[in-house]
Ligand binder design. Structure first.
Ligand SMILES: [Zn+2]
Length: 194
């Protein structure tokens, strides 16, 4: 099973997300009114929701032959939106698709960068994952590495499941709507499970 995610998070990972307007539950209620999401999925998956009838007004499919499956008919999660809790400290998420990062000092690729990290899509504290370069022994913090859109640092994440890397982007209107709740501008990322 591959879990392909479009992940939305604060553009500024240092910001405190969802400190107003009712927190996560307030955001979820607003997104149900917006019809971005529908009912909760009642299968022991907290903070997982079916996609709503207007989700395609919120994301735009791009690329050659993108298909967004609105139902979870295969063994790949799709038609599902999930929310993380608000973490007290910054967390890091990467995917099986994440490019090998380069050392900030010697600029060589660090092939062993994942050795001490959990599996793709698992959340880990960004401070716990300093990566020692195998070429020059520089200690690189996860925050200092460049992952483009293939890994994310933040304290709150919205996961849109069933989106392959770069096959959809969030619409500007939708990001503006979210921004009122999140309390700052958002960015988007693509991470795949194994
Ligand atoms: Zn190095």
């Amino acid at each position: 099973m591959t879990d392909n995610r479009l992940i939305l998070a604060s553009a500024n990972p240092d910001s405190t997300p969802l400190s107003t307007l009712g927190g996560v539950s307030g955001l979820i209620a607003a997104l149900q009114d917006y019809q971005f999401i529908g009912k909760a999925i009642d299968e022991g998956l907290p903070l997982h929701y079916h996609s709503g009838p207007k989700i395609m007004n919120c994301i735009s499919l791009v690329g050659c032959s993108p298909v967004y499956a609105l139902t979870d008919s295969s063994d790949e999660p799709a038609g599902i939106v999930s929310f993380s809790p608000v973490y007290s400290e910054m967390q890091f998420i990467y995917g099986a698709n994440t490019m090998t990062p380069k050392c900030t000092q010697c600029h060589q690729t660090m092939g062993s960068w994942k050795n001490l990290l959990p599996e793709p899509l698992a959340v880990c504290n960004v401070m716990s994952g300093d990566i020692e370069c195998e070429h020059c022994a520089q200690s690189n913090s996860l925050r200092s590495l460049r992952f483009r859109r293939e890994a994310v640092v933040g304290r709150f994440f919205i996961n849109i499941h069933g989106i392959y890397p770069r096959e959809a982007v969030p619409m500007d209107d939708f990001l503006s709507f979210l921004q009122r709740f999140i309390g700052g501008s958002l960015n988007y990322f693509y991470c795949q499970g194994q």
